[in-house]
Structures are given as structure tokens and as C-alpha cells.
Design a protein around this ligand. Structure first.
Ligand SMILES: CC(C)(COP(=O)(O)OP(=O)(O)OC[C@H]1O[C@@H](n2cnc3c(N)ncnc32)[C@H](O)[C@@H]1OP(=O)(O)O)[C@@H](O)C(=O)NCCC(=O)NCCS
Length: 330
């Protein structure tokens, strides 16, 4: 590993998951599918779905409070809130504004970013850069999605894949004890927007038009997305190793975006990582988009899989297409 200046570190993490569970068997009663098909093609068994009245900012605030507790910090100490999401409470203002109010982070500037499933790692890069430049001290990043509100529950090719969740991290200045954000990488290919998107509600398909043209839900070309995800996640993983000088042997834990067990396996193979060092919880939550990585981080820590001093490499891919990676010593 190269000896580079480390500016920021993750000082606290937390996650929030709705209690209600939707199993593959439940889905088989809603669309023409089976537990076997879903499990074999995706690795998923169950996903969690919010109750009707729960908003993105409610789940986000729950995760944020847990991350603050974990960091032993108060909300007043946060100066920047970034919510990575494609399923915000309203079109504007930013969901981050609602989160600020709900947790009482009165000293923060708050804004959202949209990078789909790569959103949390895009947020980590922003936080690291803000802290390195001295523009921020304590940044709260949240990845939260309520995808159950924008999936087409009649489309078996997409509705089985997604779940709701939030994950949060507090990023603060590194304290020179070796822990910290060792590197970040983000990338986009805007030529491929229409392979995975939720067209309704923007300027192209305003709400009423979207309804009449059946454009109000997630649209996906599954096989193309699959192939692109395998290539991009592998590329992002290789890139972060080259940039930081970390070798695959030095990685204690690989946390890939939890979209599909076959994509996760392919990413591990590309790095020649044994699966014992790869965190997988796609079976329990499905694809929770921007929440996937901070949720996995939190669970890995709670289960004792991610330990103090460990080097963790995180890799994501999402609509846009966007892809990203980061290496962090905890
Ligand atoms: C969606 C995905 C699981 C589908 O698996 P696949 O092996 O590519 O399957 P295909 O799309 O080729 O479909 C094969 C058949 O299964 C059918 N099928 C699709 N969804 C099904 C379901 N839930 N249950 C049963 N059959 C289903 C298709 O209609 C198709 O039937 P046909 O051959 O009669 O036309 C896979 O493409 C995938 O994971 N893509 C990436 C999705 C993703 O990760 N998106 C988010 C990125 S962040």
C-alpha cells in the first residue's frame, strides 16, 4: 500500500430497515414467478418494505441517529448533510433538508445527490474532498431508498429485485492513527441512461404524462444492466487498488453493492478474492440501491466481520450508468 496523506475517516455508521418482510413466496402470489427462479438468478430470499406512511427522511433520520450514536457525536456537530437517493420525499426541497429538521442538525448545510446505487460512494468522495479542503469538518452521508414506491408491482422482471432501507456514515477529519479514507473513485457513462431509469415526475415525463404513458416506475433492460455491472464493478475495484497500491491480499473485506449474487461473485473473481472475504447480504434485503453499501457496512461491523484496523474495499454500480469504489481503513 502506498503512503498517501489521509484526510478523513469514517467515525460512525448505522442503518435502518423496515420491519415488514416480503418473501419470494409472497411475490409468487403477485406476479408469475417462483422462489426458485428469484433465488437462482439473484440470490435474494426476502426484502424489507416500508409501511404506507413512512417517508425517505424518516428512514434516513433513523439511520443518521444510529450513526451519530456510534460516532458519539451530537447532531449539532454536523456541518454537512448529504443524502444520496433517487426516491426523495418530494421533488424539492432536498430530502436532506427534512433529515436536518428531524435530527436537529441546526448547524448543517444539507443537500441531496443522485447517483442511484453508487450514491453512497459518490457521497463519500464529496465528504472526503470537503474535509481535505477544510470546507467541512463533520459530514453525515446517508444512502436511503424507498424503491417500493417506484417499482411496477406488475413487472416480474423488476419488482422482485428491490427493497427499502437506509444506511448512514459520519465522516470526520482523520486523526493520524492509520484509520481513514485511503482512496475514492467515481465514474459515469451518460450514454446508457435508458437501460435503467425511472422516467416519471421530471421535465421529460411530468406526473400526469408519466401516468398516462406508463412511465411512472423503474424501467430496466436486465441483461444489458447485468453485463455492464459486471464489467464496471470489476473495473472500479481494480482502479481503487491501483490508485491506493493496496493488493487483493491486503483487503480484509470486500463490500460490493448488493444487486445480484452473480454480479457479486463475478466481482470477487475479477479480484481473485475468496468469498470468505466478500460480504453478502443480498439474500436478506434485495437491492436497496444507495442504502446497500452503508447497510452492509453496518451489518458487517455488528456481526464482527469488519473489525478495527481492517481495510475494506467498497464497490458500487447503478443507473446512469454510475460506478464507484472506495478503500477505507476502519
Ligand atoms: C433481472 C435479472 C435477474 C434477470 O435474469 P436473467 O437471467 O438476465 O433473465 P432474462 O432477463 O434473460 O430473462 C429470462 C426469462 O426469465 C423471465 N423472467 C424475468 N423475471 C422473472 C421472474 N421474476 N420470475 C420468473 N421469470 C422471470 C423473463 O421474462 C425471460 O423469459 P423468456 O425467456 O420467456 O423471455 C438479471 O438480468 C439481472 O440481475 N440484471 C441486473 C439487474 C440489476 O442488478 N439492476 C440494478 C443494477 S444497480
Amino acid at each position: 500500500m502506498q503512503n498517501k496523506t489521509v484526510s478523513s475517516m469514517i467515525c460512525g455508521i448505522g442503518a435502518a430497515v423496515p420491519e415488514r418482510i416480503l418473501t419470494n413466496a409472497d411475490l409468487a402470489k403477485m406476479v408469475d414467478t417462483t422462489d426458485q427462479w428469484i433465488h437462482e438468478r439473484t440470490g435474494m430470499k426476502v426484502r424489507h418494505i416500508v409501511d404506507d406512511k413512512v417517508q425517505n427522511s424518516d428512514l434516513s433520520a433513523q439511520a443518521a441517529k444510529k450513526a451519530l450514536d456510534d460516532a458519539q457525536m451530537t447532531a449539532e456537530e454536523i456541518d454537512t448533510i448529504i443524502v444520496a437517493t433517487v426516491t426523495g420525499d418530494v421533488r424539492f426541497p432536498a430530502t436532506a433538508c427534512y433529515v436536518q429538521e428531524k435530527i436537529g442538525a441546526v448547524n448543517a448545510a444539507a443537500f441531496d445527490i443522485s447517483a442511484a446505487c453508487s450514491g453512497f460512494l459518490f457521497g463519500l468522495r464529496i465528504a472526503d474532498a470537503f474535509i481535505a479542503s477544510g470546507k467541512s469538518k463533520n459530514v453525515l452521508i446517508i444512502g436511503c431508498e424507498i424503491l417500493s414506491r417506484i417499482v411496477d408491482w406488475k413487472d416480474r422482471a423488476t419488482c422482485v429485485l428491490f427493497g427499502d432501507a437506509a444506511g448512514a456514515a459520519i465522516v470526520g477529519p482523520a486523526n493520524n492513527d492509520g484509520r481513514g479514507v485511503l482512496g475514492t473513485f467515481i465514474k459515469t457513462d451518460g450514454r446508457l441512461t435508458q437501460l435503467l431509469w425511472a422516467p416519471g415526475g421530471g421535465t421529460r415525463f411530468p406526473a400526469e404524462v408519466a401516468l398516462s404513458e406508463n412511465m411512472n416506475s423503474i424501467k430496466m433492460k436486465g441483461q444489458e444492466v447485468f453485463k455492464a455491472a459486471v464489467t464496471a464493478m470489476g473495473d472500479a475495484a481494480v482502479h481503487i487498488l491501483e490508485e491506493t497500491g493496496i493488493t487483493p491480499d491486503e483487503i480484509d473485506l470486500l463490500i460490493p453493492h448488493q444487486a445480484n449474487i452473480r454480479i457479486i461473485n463475478a466481482t470477487a473473481r475479477r479480484l481473485k478474492m475468496p468469498m470468505e472475504k466478500v460480504f453478502v447480504n443480498v439474500q436478506d434485503y434485495g437491492n436497496t440501491s444507495a442504502a446497500s453499501i452503508p447497510l452492509a457496512l453496518t451489518e458487517a461491523r455488528q456481526k464482527g466481520i469488519l473489525k478495527d484496523g481492517d481495510i475494506c474495499v467498497m464497490v458500487a454500480f447503478g443507473g446512469g450508468f454510475t460506478w464507484a469504489s472506495a478503500a477505507v481503513r476502519f
